[in-house]
Every structure is written in C-alpha cells, then in structure tokens.
Write a protein that binds this ligand. Structure first.
Ligand code: FAD
Length: 228
C-alpha cells in the first residue's frame, strides 16, 4: 500500500557534475518491492518520480540518484535541497518490480539514471533471493563519471560468479572499454529465454526491445519503465 508522508532529507550529495544522490529517512515499518519508486513534491503541487536504489532489506532509508540535466522543477529542487529539509512523499509506487524466478536468466538494460531501480533489483536478487540464476547488466552512459555505483558493480562481479556487467560510454575519448551506444553492442548474443528489464528514455527502450524481439526474446518476458 502506498502512503503519503512527510520525512526529512538525511543527506544530499553531488556525485558528478549533474548527478545528485539523495537519502531520505524512511518512516518506521516502511516496506517496498525492488524496482518501485517514490513521488516527491518538488515545487508546490508539482511532483516528480524517483526510483528507489536501496534494496528492500535496507528499508530504513530511501535512496535515489537524480540526473539534473533536464533542468525542470525536479532538477532545480534536487540541486539545492539540504539536509533536514522536510519532504512531502508518496511511496511506494509502481509495478515495475523484480519478479523472482529460479531458472531463466535476468538481463538488465539501463541508460543514465535508468540504472537506479536496477541497483535495488540486482542487490535484492544477489543478496536476499540468492536463486543462483544468471544476472547480466548492460549499462550505458554518456560519460564515464556518470557510471553510478561502479565500485558496487565491480565488487558484485567478484563476489557472485552468476553476475556480469557490461559498461558502455558513448561520448568519452578517455574510456578504454566499450565506446558507443549500448544498442551497437547487444545486437547479437542475447539468449532468447530470458527475463529482460529495460529502464531509461523512451528511445532506448524502443531500440532495445526491438533488438531483443529480433533475437527471439518473448515479448511477455520484457518489462520496462520509461523515465521520459
Ligand atoms: C517511474 C519513474 C521513475 C523515475 N526515476 C528517476 C530516477 O530515479 N532518477 C532520475 O534522475 N529521474 C527519474 N525519473 C525522471 C524524473 O521523474 C523527472 O522526469 C526528471 O528528473 C526530470 O524532471 P525535471 O522536473 O527536472 O524536468 P521536466 O521539466 O519534467 O523535463 C524537462 C524535459 O527533459 C526531458 N527529460 C526528463 N528526464 C530526462 C533525462 N533523464 N534525460 C534527458 N531528458 C529528460 C523531459 O522529457 C522534458 O522534455 C523517473 C521517472 C519515472 C516516470
């Protein structure tokens, strides 16, 4: 059940030029499902949605990451909000949730802050569900310093043999890994019998969905959340 409540900012931190990490104090007994989001009143009655990055087993805080490049009311609010500021919140919301399943591999495709719900989902699977299913993350950003939780992904790769991550950076000249858009790299080699989770902008979702369908992935096993 979602609730409206007032809570406080625990911390607000700039993690890159246009990226903010926000931590809110969760009300007591708050619970949510991996992949859900919260709705924050950012300017009078104007609300914006932000996915929860923390996994359900860490429900004492509400963590999100915000890309402030769009520059609208949500971006302005997140850039200047300070510790202890009171926040008007609706949470948890949404049906883009992680579906626990043992055998079929789970593939995640994110661009930009589309990674946020996947931090929660992937940590939930690896740290709580522990089904042993294969978990693969394809994660694309414009520039290297926009890669969120890079150290976490690298640690999870070391710790869990069933987890793999592939990064794509489209605009950097320094980056030594995969350079270009994610869709240039995933046009083959994705198995057909997978659950696929897609999150980010509409164009990426349409492009990745088309590639997955062409590779035989069943449309009913493709789940997505469109941020804009
Ligand atoms: C379910 C859900 C969960 C979301 N979770 C997150 C999250 O965890 N982190 C996060 O940063 N955002 C998230 N968003 C997007 C967020 O709610 C806002 O839309 C975004 O922050 C822009 O708000 P704004 O008021 O600054 O700009 P607006 O005035 O709303 O938008 C200005 C323009 O920018 C475009 N735009 C919006 N977002 C982007 C973007 N990321 N890149 C490029 N153009 C964009 C809009 O289409 C519009 O044309 C989520 C959206 C939804 C629907």
């Amino acid at each position: 059940m979602s609730l409206r409540f007032f809570t406080k900012v625990k911390s607000q931190q700039k993690v890159a030029a246009d990226l903010v990490k926000l931590e809110l104090v969760a009300p007591s007994n708050f619970s949510f499902l991996a992949g859900q989001f919260m709705s924050v009143a950012v300017e009078g009655f104007v609300r914006r949605s932000y996915s929860l990055a923390n996994p359900p087993h860490e429900a004492e805080v509400l963590v999100t990451y915000v890309d402030t490049t769009p520059g609208g009311p949500g971006s302005r609010f997140m850039q200047q909000v300070a510790e202890n500021h009171e926040i008007d919140l609706l949470a948890p919301l949404g049906h883009f949730i992680y579906i626990e399943e043992k055998f079929r591999p789970a593939y995640f495709f994110a661009t930009g802050t589309g990674i946020v719900p996947f931090i929660s989902m992937i940590r939930h699977e690896l740290e709580t569900v522990k089904s042993g299913r294969q978990v693969v993350l394809h994660y694309g950003v414009k520039q290297e310093d926009h890669l969120l939780e890079k150290a976490l992904w690298e640690r999870l790769t070391q710790e869990f043999p069933n987890f793999a991550v592939h990064f794509y950076v489209s605009r950097s000249t320094e980056w030594e890994g995969n350079k270009g858009r994610m869709t240039e790299f995933i046009n083959q080699g994705i198995p057909a019998d997978i659950d696929a989770y897609l999150c980010g902008g509409m164009q990426m979702i349409q492009d990745v969905e088309a590639l997955l369908l062409a590779q035989g992935v069943h449309g009913g096993n493709i789940y997505y959340e469109r941020f804009y």
